[in-house]
Design a binder for this molecule. Sequence first.
Ligand code: EPZ
Length: 422
Amino acid sequence: MKRLVINGGKPLHGEVYISGSKNAAVGIVAATILANDICVLENVPDVSDIKIMLDVLTSLGANCKREGEIVEIDTRGINTWVADQDSISKMRGSSYLMGALLGRFHKAQVYLPGGCSIGPRPIDQHLKGFSCLGSDNKTEFGRVTCDASNGLFGNNVYLDLMSVGATINIMLAACTAVGNTVIENCAMEPHVVDVANFLNAMGASIRGAGTDVIRITGRRDLHGCTYAIIPDQIEAGTYMVAAAATKGDVIIKNIIPAHLEAISAKLMECGVEVIEGDSGTEFFMHVRAKERPRAVNIRTLPYPGFPTDLQQPMTSLLAVAYGNSFVTENLFEDRFNHVRELNRMGARITLNGRTALVAGVEKLYGAEITATDLRAGAAMIVAALMAEGTSIVRNIHYIDRGYEKLTEKLRGLGANITRVEE
Ligand code: EPZ
């Protein structure tokens, strides 16, 4: 059992360096399959979801070497379109193997992806996109088989909802299809743009990523490249919330300020001081708080709206706000597993469907709490850092999926946190 022991109540102070984006990296690692060549990726976060993806690529025949934050992936040895490793069903990003294998081999068989338990997570839009490109898809025995033996052909794909996963997966399959593809109503998240930029660096022709219409002209001659992954928007946002929650004073380095506008705006509405800066070599965000936050309402939305991945840590902050906040989760049906745990720490949160009414209390108290998914884990960390007394956070393997060197980074900010593994 691995757990974190946190003695809370200490303001965070100092500087923290943000790692590469986990959600961009899972897409980009899968995309290297299309290169059939050597890709050198910089700023790759060392988190368990990326380890799983690299292990899966290795078992398909790729050669993956990590040195610090740089990972070299040679996908010339991959000669199978079947990915049936058990680990695939543990993570959502493994769905990108479908688009990448389909693009390279015109066939793919992949275990249905898993991922955090935050409600039903269908892949109908991914499969609809593949069908539009000429693939025949079947789901049986927990596997998806996509067959485009006659080739992939560009087409118009209209997504019923703005899905990050479907947008990336369809881009992967479409960038080697014959002709032009237009994806409408697509997701605009920073990691969608980063995967598109990486594919373009490999020789693909993708325009419009970051808007709701992406246009792709298929090319067969993709090649290896060197590419630096963007900083993790959600890791940065989590440290911003933790700084505010502990009434700390933290400089968050290696960020892209535009990606953090929604969280900066909400923190400022809470009365937190948030200052964007540019050191000349990099951007940083300075977050400082002296008082309890003011209550604010939050509605999660696709980018550039407030990110669902920060709803959970933000709920921890609002648990100690002056006044009542409404937190509405519009993306996932069941992303409130952290509420029960926060209430065990003294919070007063009532759930009504997809809205949580957070009645602010003066403080939280340490308790034994459980991380039920990745960002619920982040919420537990924020709560434990500001709570009076000691908290024990269980199930930290969820947190390891997406936060690189969490204990070290928080200790660097003065937190009293210990990782216990037995
Ligand atoms: C990605 O998940 C991220 N995961 C999630 O981060 C993030 O919360 C989410 O995007 C939203 O930003 C990765 O990038 C690996 P979606 P994804 O497809 O792609 C519905 C984290 O904590 N939908 O944009 O699975 C779906 O059920 C993780 O880092 C369909 O109905 O999200 C949801 O309600 C958790 N049919 C909504 O769309 C589909 O075919 C948005 O999901 C696809 C999605």
